[in-house]
Design a binder for this molecule. Structure first.
Ligand code: F6R
Length: 611
């Protein structure tokens, strides 16, 4: 997501911060800004767009010596559009502050600060932290004490960097659930959201832990946790800069697969309350009033996002009791679709720029209610839709979509539960059951990642096959389609996804000893037994079978497969999210073994802005 760089030392902070932000550009962003202490005062410059725009804005500024202290930020918009006023650093009195993460209680904090006379200039959650810190400094607290008190009032995830113009020798740092590191130099220290930003200057790195507060000057790094000084281990980083951008992984795709546990947490954060079994989506308040008048849902998307819609249909029909159709955006946009005022049209898109999805949304605008589920704030699809629910997957760099798909499924679950609550179609106990499972999902996904070694061994046995069949029933059918798409797009091997029950109506003719069949098998009855029968039919024709399942060992007695990958079980409704992970890994390892360009597969583009 957003990038952070801070500096305290005797070299030019401005050049070092801009250089550091450039090395984080791969993370994606839509505005940038810096605050530096120079010539006896703190100067802040911000700009929308890429760093080149910030550099142009800085060129017009008269410099008064060399800046010895500073903080800089590249912002990937979450709360508020990507404008200059919403860009970081945010300033309030003595304070300049930057932030990665989400402040969940920013609305009550903002109201409290406004009542005290603070004036807000942006739409962001971050600005409350700047005002809160400034208020505490004005009350006479020492900088670190003020930071401690500020963090005690903030709920959510954060990496904060702040400068107090009355103490221009130090950068104040706080971390909770959002990464931050300190790069230790000689007579200088750097702070960053990510290792690549400091590698040009030092390889000695300290990784802060949740709850850490730090005060960083040119010569010293003081760290405390819960009011007591702590020592964090210093590590020496051997990575080259490109490996560092990939977080040490060989490819962005693998890094993004491993990011999934965290981004599920980011997408859920602040949106669910187990206590009253409710979903908090303030962006949909107007929909709450109209929820009971919705007669039909039409979902439109392309590719992987279309698979997310197929899965979302299960949640929306099951939880909210609304008939739901899923259409390819490229098909829907050229038919009437019979949309009326009681139809809710949902467009799902990672980039928010896919031309066909935008065209489908345009075709529905003015006829029905329109809602977008999107990963990029302010993208064209978000501007066109009446309502938007953002996924918080962060920038997805690899062309093959992985973590964006997972967060789309999470966002669709949230939407379905929100509508169920508004329409009274699900009991409190039933909603609480699903919400509880959602809270456990990030940990279950981390657990699922442990199958990577097994999947890699399976891939070694299957990577030379020329065709694959992916089968699944019910909720596992969209996952079978997604598994096939992932494999074909990055390994160039022909793969087809099919509903397991349909196999005998045609594709069964393809099956022989050379054809691997990947069976996605959910333990939920009655489809478990039905899928097992399909498995037997496949086995009987000599196919090489790989089973991916959440079933127990006991359930699987009598199943003979060349490969068997088991994932943890959380709840039937959430199993598809976990069952998809080994398929992402399979596609990845098969592609690596075939030597293809995993992150930039041939003929594909990350954002398809043509018809
Ligand atoms: C597959 C993939 C594509 C996209 C599709 C829609 O891995 O990435 O199929 O899902 O091009 O893109 P968005 O979601 O940006 O509309």
């Amino acid at each position: 997501m957003c990038g952070i760089v801070g500096y305290a030392g005797n070299r030019d902070a401005l050049a070092i911060i801009i250089g550091g932000l450039e090395s984080l550009e791969y993370r994606g962003y839509d505005s940038a800004g810096v605050s530096v202490y120079e010539g006896g005062k703190v100067d802040t410059t911000r700009a929308t767009g890429k760093l080149i725009e910030l550099k142009k804005a800085l060129e017009g500024r008269k410099r008064s010596g060399i800046a010895s202290l500073g903080i800089g930020h590249t912002r990937w918009a979450t709360h508020g559009r990507p404008t200059e006023t919403n860009a970081h650093p945010h300033t309030a009195g003595r304070v300049s502050l930057i932030h990665n993460g989400i402040i969940e209680n920013y609305l009550p904090l903002r109201a409290m600060l406004e009542a005290k006379g603070c004036t807000f200039l942006s739409e962001t959650d971050t600005e409350v932290a700047a005002h809160l810190l400034n208020t505490l400094l004005a009350e006479g607290f020492e900088p670190l004490e003020a930071m401690r008190k500020m963090c005690a009032q903030v709920k959510g995830s954060y990496a904060f960097l702040a400068i107090d113009s009355k103490h221009p020798d130090r950068v104040l740092v706080a971390k909770n659930s959002t990464p931050i590191i300190i790069g230790k130099g000689d007579g200088e220290n750097l702070i960053a959201s990510d290792i690549p930003a400091v590698l040009q200057h030092t390889r000695r790195v300290i990784v802060l832990e949740d709850g850490d507060l730090a005060q960083v000057t040119a010569d010293a790094v003081y760290i405390e946790n819960q009011g007591k000084e702590v020592r964090r281990k210093e590590e020496t980083i051997a990575w080259d800069p490109i490996t560092a951008q990939k977080g040490g992984f060989k490819h962005f795709m693998l890094k993004e697969i491993y990011d999934q546990s965290r981004v599920i947490g980011d997408t859920l954060r602040g949106r669910i309350s187990e206590h009253d079994a409710s979903v908090k989506l303030p962006e949909l308040e107007t929909l709450r009033d109209k929820a009971s008048s919705i007669k039909r849902i039409v979902m439109v998307a392309c590719g992987t996002a279309w698979h997310a819609c197929l899965e979302g249909k299960f949640f929306l029909e099951e939880f909210a009791g609304i008939p739901c159709e899923v259409d390819y955006a490229s098909e829907f946009r050229y038919r009437s679709g019979l949309i009326d005022k009681d139809t809710l049209v949902i467009a799902v898109s990672q980039s928010g720029e896919t031309l066909d999805t935008l065209g489908a949304l345009e075709a529905a605008s003015g006829k029905g209610m329109t809602l977008a589920i999107c990963n990029v704030v302010g993208a064209s699809i978000c501007r066109k839709a009446e309502m938007v629910v953002y996924t918080h997957a962060g920038p997805e760099i690899s062309v093959a979509s992985t973590k964006a798909f997972t967060t789309q499924l999470v966002a669709l679950q949230l939407l379905a539960l929100f509508l169920a609550e508004a329409r009274g179609t699900m009991s409190v106990a039933a909603r609480r059951h699903v919400l509880h499972a959602m809270v456990e999902l990030p940990a279950a996904l981390s657990q699922t990642l442990k199958v990577d070694g097994e999947v890699s061994s399976v891939a070694k046995r299957f990577f030379q096959a020329r065709d694959f069949l992916f089968l699944g029933r019910g909720r596992c059918y969209p996952i079978a389609l997604e598994g096939a798409l992932k494999l074909k797009e990055i390994s160039y091997i022909h793969a087809e996804g099919y509903p397991a029950g349909e196999m005998k109506h045609g594709p069964i003719a393809l099956i022989d000893e050379s054809m691997p069949v990947v069976m996605v098998l959910q333990r939920e009855k009655p489809l478990f037994e039905k899928t097992l029968s399909n498995l037997k039919e496949v086995e009987a024709r000599g196919a090489r079978v790989l089973v991916v399942t959440d079933a127990t060992e006991e359930d699987l007695r009598g199943v003979h497969a060349e490969g068997l990958i088991r994932v943890p079980f959380v709840a039937h409704e959430l199993s598809p999210i976990l069952l998809n992970v080994p398929l992402q890994m399979l596609a990845y390892h098969v592609a690596v073994l075939n030597g293809t360009d995993v992150d930039l597969p041939r003929n594909l583009a990350k954002s398809v802005t043509v018809e």
